[in-house]
Design a protein around this ligand. Structure first.
Ligand SMILES: Cc1ncc(COP(=O)(O)O)c(C=O)c1O
Length: 458
């Protein structure tokens, strides 16, 4: 990634603006989409104004859109595709299983294999249940914790995203006008019409503020079934949790018989043993998703055997019944197994190395260009910020209107010049990426920052 220190004018990965012209295939598709979907959209996260490029195909770390432009995929379906697109071993495993039938009203051997891999890798996992998404996994973990403790409430962190279950959406979008005191953040609705009872049953905590969080848990302990925490929370800014903060959460939840849930839907990609292995703090339950399905819809709840026993159907109705027509569907299981087997300890070591280099190269680009910015992340994850404030929690990472505009401009210019990252600045690596692709990314980023300064023409 030497390009970030080169004195030559940086070059982008190419001009990829065909989708944006009025007569493009993407424009045509979006017009049609608007007549059958609200706003032409069926996944809020992938909307971009005025309309997105539509994907045609993907291969390795590259995605080609329907207008024929190819971009380096630094988003990988929001961190799910850890081996990029159409990895031959995953394609082979999924298609072989597909030809034998895609779902049954019976269990299949593949679910046991993938559950065994997860138990082997995640230090706190003794039992596993599969779902079809991370959202469902979080919902089932919360319901499981309620069933285990007999208590109604949960605690979660301000700004943290855990999917679309009502309870964990609370305070996802708090603003300075609504968020209240740091020591006791207000429970705010995210989706209009959230029942007041939901807000009452969610205690909101400030991320990485150990004393405030512990004090609030202590005060609410007798009502709390669970504390839900993502150790590397993207929407909180992708700053890793402080280890002593996670240790304090472990201690206080142990003391009060509260189930500690780690949401590792994204953070499982930071190490062979997940974030819990990297931080050496073990939760009672863990939710997973994304990478464990090899690119297919998936989620999982894992945990200690005695806690997970709430789902055990032997001997009558379980304390927490859990159905799902497509739970553990064998195509996902086969693809997930192939993906996990490709993720060796050496693959993680390579991610750690490349991820650290990418983050420091991007930071260097900000400095060299004289543009205010910072880069957070861990392992294969990174996130761009357009501020030079100290980033510690949700409140410090929440962008001002000017910072939001600048971030959107940077992301848009990356999209126009061969690089795909999220509209919020999230990005990640995949195993097919090598030094040369990442150099191309960093050089494009440097060129985009020059455009931002107005130093060079688009
Ligand atoms: C930390 C976290 N938890 C849960 C979810 C929900 O997962 P899904 O989109 O599969 O429902 C996400 C999705 O991005 C996530 O980042």
């Amino acid at each position: 990634m030497a390009s970030s220190t080169s004195t030559k004018s940086p070059r982008t990965l190419g001009d990829t603006r065909r989708w944006a012209s009025p007569g493009s295939r993407s424009a045509e598709l979006f017009t049609r989409a608007q007549s059958v979907m609200p706003g032409g959209n069926t996944r809020t996260t992938v909307y971009m104004a005025p309309y997105p490029p539509y994907a045609a195909s993907g291969e390795g770390c590259w995605v080609t859109d329907v207008d024929g432009d190819r971009r380096l995929d630094c988003l990988n379906n929001y961190t799910a595709l850890i081996h990029g697109h159409a990895h031959p071993e995953i394609v082979e495993a999924a298609t072989r299983r597909l030809a034998q039938g895609s779902s049954f009203p019976l269990p299949t051997p593949e679910e046991i294999e993938l559950a065994a891999v997860l138990c082997e890798r995640l230090p706190s996992a003794e039992r596993v249940r599969f779902t079809n998404s991370g959202s469902e996994a979080v919902m089932m973990a919360v319901k499981g914790a309620r069933a285990f403790t007999g208590r109604p409430r949960i605690a979660k962190f301000e700004g943290a995203y855990h999917g679309s279950y009502d309870y964990v959406e609370v305070s996802l979008g708090s603003t300075p006008e609504t968020w209240g005191p740091l020591a006791a953040p207000a429970s705010t609705e995210y989706s209009r019409g959230t029942p007041p009872a939901v807000l009452e049953d969610v205690v909101v905590l400030p991320f990485n503020h150990t004393e405030h969080a512990v004090a609030r848990i202590e005060r609410e302990a007798r009502h709390l079934a669970a504390v839900v925490v993502d150790p590397v929370p993207n929407r909180v800014g992708l700053m890793p949790a402080r280890r002593e903060f996670l240790r304090a959460l472990r201690e206080v939840t142990d003391r009060h018989g509260i189930v500690l849930i780690f949401d590792e839907v994204i953070s499982f990609r930071v190490g062979y043993h997940g974030a819990q292995g990297a931080f050496d703090v073990l939760p009672d339950m863990t939710t997973l998703g994304k990478i464990i399905g090899g690119g297919f819809p998936v989620g999982a709840v894992t945990g200690r055997a005695d806690v997970m026993a709430v789902f055990d159907p032997r001997g009558g109705q379980p304390r927490a019944p859990h159905g799902g027509t497509f739970n553990a569907n064998p195509v996902t299981m086969a693809a997930g197994l192939a993906a996990m087997r490709l993720l060796t300890p050496a693959a993680y070591a390579r991610f750690d190395d490349l991820g650290a280099k990418v983050r420091s190269s991007l930071e260097a680009c900000f400095k060299r260009a004289g543009v205010r910015g910072a880069v957070t992340g861990l392992g294969s994850l990174f996130r761009l910020h357009t501020t030079d404030r100290e980033l510690i929690d949700y409140r410090s990472t929440r962008t001002t209107p000017e910072e939001t505009e600048r971030l959107q401009r940077i992301v848009r210019r990356l999209l126009e010049h061969g690089v795909l990252i999220s509209v919020t600045g999230l990005g990640c690596l995949s195993t097919p990426m090598g030094e040369s692709e990442l150099e191309g990314f960093v050089e494009t980023f440097a060129a985009v920052l020059e455009m931002e300064r107005g130093a060079s023409p688009e």
